[in-house]
Design a binder for this molecule. Structure first.
Ligand code: ADP
Length: 377
C-alpha cells in the first residue's frame, strides 16, 4: 500500500460526501419548486413527480408515478405528446411551449412547458424532464390588461366625442353674444361704456378661440380635421395674420423683414392663417419683457419657409421635442401666462395636412424661432 492510498480514500470519501450533499440540495430544489418538475420515460410513463406538480395538477406522487403523461393532456391536444416525444428522441429541447393541460378535477389551465431530453451514461436519450409553469395568473393578468385597455380606449373616445359636441354647442351662443355686443358697441355713446364693451369683446374672442381649438383637437382625434384647398396670395395671407394679431396686441411690434413674395399658393387659407396667428400670439405671449417679434418668409425651390422669431424666455432643449404634443406646456412656466397646450399640436396637424414640416430652434433665456415649410402646391 503506498502512502498515498489512505489519503486517496479520505479524498474520495470527502468527494462522495460533497456529491451527496450536492445531490440532496438539487433534489430539495426540485422537490420544493413552485413549478411542476416531472420526468418520464420514452413511452410517456411518469417516473418522478414533485410537490409543484402536485399543487398544479392535483395528483399526488403516488397517483401520478407509473401513469401515462397523457392523463394531463386534454383530448384535443393529445397529438402534442407525439410531437414532443419526436423532438426529445432527436435530443432536442422544447422551450416555453405555451399550451393547455388538465388537472385531476378536469379543470384546464394555461401552462408554459420546457422539456429536455434525459440521457444515460452513453449519451442515449432514455426519457425527458418536464418543467411546467402555471400561467393562469399571467393569462388572467393579460386578459385584465386587455379589458382595461379596451375600456380606456372606449372612455377616451367618449371623452373626445363629448369635447367635440360640447365645443360645438358652446360656439353658437358665443357667436350670438358677440353679435349683440357689437350692436351695443355701435349704440353706446359714453366712452367708459365703450371700453367695457371692448374688454368684453376681447374676452369673448379669447373664449371663442379656446372653444374652436377644443373643437379642432377633437376633430384631429377623430381623424376628421378637414382642409379646404384653394389658390390665394401668400403675401395677403401673411398680412392678414399679422394684422389680426397686431389688432389685439399693442405690447409688441410684429415686424415682417422680408420682401413680398408675389406668389400664389394652393393651400387652406383659413388653416394657415390659424398657424401664423398661433405662432405670432405665442411669440408675444412668451416674451413679456420684449417688444418685438420678427416674421420672415422666403421661397426656396418649390416651397415657402416661414419663421417667427421672438426674444423671450426660450424653451429648454429637453422639452423641445414634446412641444407639438397635445396639451403639452413647458414645465415651470409662469402660471400667469395662460394656455392649454393645444395651439402647437393643432398647428403641427395643419402643417402635416399640407405635407409640410414645423419645428423650433430655441435658446433658454434668449428666445425662440419657430419655422414651418410647406410646398407651394
Ligand atoms: P399654449 O400657449 O396655449 O400653452 P401651445 O400649444 O401654443 O399652447 O404651446 C405649447 C407650449 O409651448 C406652451 O405652453 C409654452 O410652454 C411653449 N411655447 C410655445 N411657444 C413658445 C415661445 N414662443 N416661447 C417659449 N415657449 C413657447
Amino acid at each position: 500500500m503506498t502512502p498515498s492510498q489512505p489519503e486517496g480514500i479520505a479524498y474520495n470519501m470527502i468527494t462522495d460526501k460533497a456529491a451527496d450533499e450536492h445531490f440532496r440540495m438539487l433534489a430539495s430544489i426540485i422537490e420544493y419548486s413552485e413549478d411542476a418538475i416531472i420526468s418520464k420515460d420514452l413511452n410517456g410513463i411518469i417516473k418522478t413527480w414533485n410537490r409543484g406538480a402536485e399543487k398544479i395538477f392535483g395528483y399526488t406522487e403516488k397517483e401520478a408515478v407509473g401513469n401515462s403523461i397523457t392523463m394531463l393532456i386534454p383530448p384535443d391536444r393529445q397529438h402534442e405528446e407525439q410531437m414532443i416525444l419526436e423532438r426529445i428522441y432527436r435530443g432536442e429541447q422544447v422551450k416555453h411551449f405555451e399550451t393547455i393541460r388538465m388537472t385531476k378535477d378536469g379543470k384546464t389551465i394555461p401552462i408554459s412547458l420546457t422539456i429536455s431530453p434525459v440521457k444515460n451514461n452513453k449519451g442515449e436519450v432514455i426519457g425527458a424532464s418536464k418543467i411546467a409553469r402555471d400561467m393562469t395568473e399571467k393569462v388572467n393578468l393579460q386578459q385584465q390588461l386587455q379589458v382595461n385597455a379596451e375600456n380606456l380606449e372606449r372612455l377616451n373616445s367618449y371623452k373626445d366625442e363629448f369635447i367635440g359636441i360640447a365645443s360645438h354647442e358652446l360656439k353658437t351662443p358665443l357667436t350670438t353674444i358677440k353679435a349683440y355686443l357689437q350692436l351695443l358697441e355701435r349704440e353706446l355713446q359714453e366712452e367708459a361704456h365703450q371700453e367695457y364693451i371692448t374688454i368684453t369683446l376681447n374676452h369673448v374672442d379669447k373664449l371663442t378661440r379656446l372653444v374652436s381649438e377644443l373643437l379642432d383637437v377633437s376633430k384631429i382625434q377623430a381623424g376628421k380635421l378637414a382642409f379646404n384647398f384653394s389658390d390665394f396670395s401668400f403675401d395677403q395671407l401673411l398680412k392678414e395674420g399679422i394684422r389680426a394679431v397686431q389688432q389685439t396686441n399693442q405690447t409688441h411690434q410684429v415686424i415682417c423683414d422680408s420682401r413680398p413674395l408675389n406668389i400664389v399658393i394652393h393651400a387652406d387659407q383659413h388653416r394657415l392663417e390659424q398657424v401664423i396667428v398661433n405662432l405670432l400670439s405665442n411669440a408675444i405671449k412668451y416674451s413679456p419683457n420684449s417688444d418685438k417679434v420678427i416674421v420672415h418668409a422666403i421661397k426656396e425651390e418649390e416651397t415657402i419657409l416661414v419663421s417667427v422669431k421672438d426674444f423671450g424666455m426660450g424653451i429648454p432643449f429637453s422639452e423641445q421635442d414634446k412641444l407639438f404634443s397635445r396639451f403639452f406646456r413647458v414645465s415651470g412656466i409662469d402660471p400667469n401666462i395662460q394656455g392649454l397646450g393645444m395651439g402647437l399640436y393643432i398647428s403641427d396637424e395643419i402643417i402635416k395636412g399640407h405635407k409640410g414640416k414645423i419645428w423650433v430652434e430655441s435658446e433658454l433665456g434668449k428666445g425662440s424661432v419657430f419655422y414651418f415649410r410647406i410646398p407651394l402646391y
